[in-house]
Design a protein. Structure first.
Lengths: 227, 227
DNA sequence: TATTATTTTTAGACAAATCTAAAAATTTGT
DNA sequence: ACAAATTTTTAGATTTGTCTAAAAATAATA
């Protein structure tokens, strides 16, 4: 097991995390501009930082060809995400924050440096598998437990599922879900799917609820097999 | 109530905290050199930073005359200390850290910016009054509850007290206390005080224990009135 | 395939926090 | 009280992460 500790600045950690998230969209390399937008900075700053990360062998980079995380970079990014999600779980489950309030605080807490802290926090929280938004919390080795889930908008009339996550974790969307009593764990049945605009009429809590396609595109359900 | 939020860098916060602690020793103004030593930096760097803090009206400073915290600077320092001590309490009481392991982690956690976080943490911990080393945790308004306490070395033969704090919180000293089973809350009776070197023979846990003057100078007892 | 348009990189500058070396002010000792 | 020692400040340089503006490379389009 390789336990070489690398000195990482806050900014470097944030870049690795952003690259990690963008790699899902940009499989063949994350572009400078995409990263600049994600980091809310300028492309020139991104180029500079990428060179630095490349010299540390945390990313693979060739001029004009975007970046990918190296194995080392990936595992550091995963550990940051682990910390972020564990802290989010702590904030909601122990400190009684709402799920729309925890992102910015976890964004700070994720940079606290202490392996012992995270391992003890994990134990204290009894090894949670998902954060308050349904995203998987990787274990100490960096393994994600992956739960079967599908975007609600892809379900058809008559289908049923359990709400297990959200794609958009913005406060605005989470508050919209709160107002409509949509929570993780809720059972949802698709009653109607409007061809015209993709909106859906759902049954949840024994009530009917109409949601737009935009909303349906940001909710994950675990399909329930019907007999 | 003045609720103006001031943007503070990590370094600025650490300077305020150090000045706060040094003000106990240097009542008539903290010298540049003392601060440089505390901050493990050079006097020239201290001068630069002090000018910056002075422009923000967080310290009162006149060339060659040391610094004192302004009212605003003091209240910021107290809030940082509040955060530090609450986090230390959390680490020991909830995450099961030993009292000699928490300082460096709390040193990082104290800079997390969120009033809501601290108020909810305080509630979760049920408003603790003392950190794991016996130091008082100021409340949200910055008030310290002060407990009667005296340095063990100043007690005399026959005196009795309850261990309520330590002056030196270094890991080395705390581990020494652990090895000798000295904990906060323990009842201690002074059996003998050696004139020659100031060492003391104590009775604790119904056993006798000899400690040096150096150790006795770093333990606080709350005196117990004897009848 | 030229010619635009876009993306990315380079070059040079800036602010924050630090450093070294030297100058200025203060304190100490005789 | 004045020279020596100490402390403190200034001046100028460095590093990190950022910026703007311009140049270079790539992609898109007619």
């Amino acid at each position: 097991m390789c336990v070489i500790k690398i000195e990482m600045t806050l900014s470097e950690e944030n870049y690795l995390k952003s690259i990690f998230h963008l790699e899902k969209k940009y499989v063949r390399g994350v572009s400078t501009n995409a990263l600049a937008e994600e980091m809310e900075t300028k492309a020139s700053s991104v180029t500079d930082m990428i060179k630095k990360l490349s010299e540390k062998n945390l990313v693979n980079y060739k001029k004009y060809q975007g970046v990918k995380l190296s194995e080392k970079g990936n595992s550091i990014a995963v550990q940051i995400i682990r910390k972020h999600r564990l802290w989010e779980y702590f904030l909601v489950e122990k400190l009684d924050f709402n799920w729309d309030e925890v992102h910015d605080i976890a964004e700070q807490l994720e940079h606290i440096k202490s392996d012992e802290l995270i391992s003890k926090l994990d134990k204290f929280l009894e090894y949670p598998k998902r954060d308050p938004h349904g995203d998987p919390i990787p274990d100490a080795e960096g393994n994600f437990a992956n739960l079967e889930k599908k975007i609600l908008a892809e379900f058809n009339e008559g289908d049923q599922g359990i709400c297990v996550g959200v794609k958009d974790s913005s406060a605005a969307f989470l508050q919209y879900l709160d107002r409509n009593k949509i929570k993780l764990g809720k059972s949802i049945t698709i009653l109607e799917k409007e061809q015209f605009d993709g909106s859906m009429i759902l049954k949840m809590n024994n009530k009917e609820l109409t949601i737009s396609k935009v909303a349906a595109n940001n909710i994950y359900l675990k399909p329930v097999a019907l007999d």
